[in-house]
Design a protein around this ligand. Structure first.
Ligand SMILES: NC(=O)c1ccc[n+]([C@@H]2O[C@H](COP(=O)([O-])OP(=O)(O)OC[C@H]3O[C@@H](n4cnc5c(N)ncnc54)[C@H](OP(=O)(O)O)[C@@H]3O)[C@@H](O)[C@H]2O)c1
Length: 292
């Protein structure tokens, strides 16, 4: 990949708000490309590039953290009242900055259940779960904020340290079968790289405010689990029918099985020309396997 700092200018400074799984991968990736990136965390830590932001306890960053910031990526989910934590606490601070771009990581949950059909950014959101209504509300808040916002809708995120391999190792795996049920996924490296690709080509690409980042091949969870067991050289446990497994699942785990959709990446990969690093779960999981 080309040097991002040289492509978007050397004086660019990123704030990554919510430096969990995707946020830390993004921060590491852009630093390797020569950019400055400061990251937020809800608790104190030893990282000199980290600062505290916790909307629940009202701990907001010191004003000097924002000095010279040009780009922000927010990876923070809605709060329990369905409000966006960043906009609730930092809107006026953000409005006072000469920001060039803000990215917001959202979810494809806003599309609701399409009974296995493909969804694109043109589909009207139809959230079903309360958390997806909250998410759509946050998207709306960002879109109405007057800030230079770009929203990325993501399906299930996996990558090194957070994949089916960890679930198998920690004995958290449940092999459940439900007829015709599929899930879409994305490797964390493709989230970071797709966003960087869009920033690198900002001047030549049409600007879309909402973009799905998903891989090419939605599929059943059993196919994914079977593939991991095969790589590990272990025998997969016998699948349990969803109807039988349901009573043992937590409400949140159950809720994932009530929605069935295939998330299209045509806008990102065909219209905008991004080339996925991991086109499907096999390629993505193979790379996770080589790192366990
Ligand atoms: N995981 C998935 O499969 C998936 C799928 C689609 C979309 N998403 C969404 O995409 C985004 C990134 O996902 P992820 O899995 O990478 O996230 P993650 O690892 O759960 O990280 C979320 C980050 O948000 C911070 N945070 C949470 N509540 C906060 C608050 N009230 N104030 C300040 N910071 C707060 C956390 O801080 P600490 O670091 O201090 O914990 C953490 O750094 C999230 O919004 C997530 O809901 C996730």
């Amino acid at each position: 990949m080309k040097d991002l700092a040289s492509l978007i200018g050397n004086k660019k400074k990123f704030l990554i708000l919510g430096c969990g799984f995707s946020g830390s991968f993004f921060a590491e990736t852009i630093r390797k490309l020569g950019c400055t990136a400061l990251t937020s965390s809800r608790s104190e830590n030893k990282d000199p590039n980290s600062f505290i932001f916790n909307s629940e306890s009202g701990m907001v960053p010191d004003g000097k953290i924002f000095d010279g910031v040009t780009h922000i990526l927010s990876c923070i989910p809605p709060d329990k009242n369905g409000k966006d934590p960043v906009l609730k606490c930092l809107l006026s601070e953000l409005k006072s900055l000469p920001l060039e771009w803000i990215g917001y990581l959202s979810t494809t949950g806003v599309y609701g259940n399409t009974e296995g059909n493909w969804v694109t950014e043109k589909n009207k959101p139809n959230p079903y779960q309360k958390r997806s209504h909250n998410r759509l509300n946050c998207e709306k808040e960002w879109l109405e904020s007057g800030l230079p916002i770009q929203i990325f809708r993501l399906p299930g995120i996996y990558g090194p340290g957070r994949s089916t391999f960890e679930a198998i190792k920690n004995q958290k795996i449940r092999v459940i079968s439900k007829k015709d049920q599929v899930f879409s996924r994305i490797h964390v490296a493709d989230i970071a790289n797709a966003i960087i690709y869009i920033l690198q080509n900002k001047d030549s690409l049409k600007f879309y405010q909402i973009i799905n980042i998903a891989d090419d091949e939605p599929c059943s969870q059993i196919e994914v689990i079977q593939y991991c067991y095969d790589l590990l050289g272990l025998k997969m446990p016998k699948p349990i029918l969803f109807e039988d497994a349901k009573k043992e699942l937590s409400p949140i785990a159950q809720s994932f099985w009530t929605e069935n959709r295939r998330v299209s990446n045509k806008l990102l990969c065909e219209t905008l020309g991004y080339k996925l690093i991991y086109k499907n779960y096999k390629l993505g999981l193979k790379s996770c396997f080589l790192n366990i």
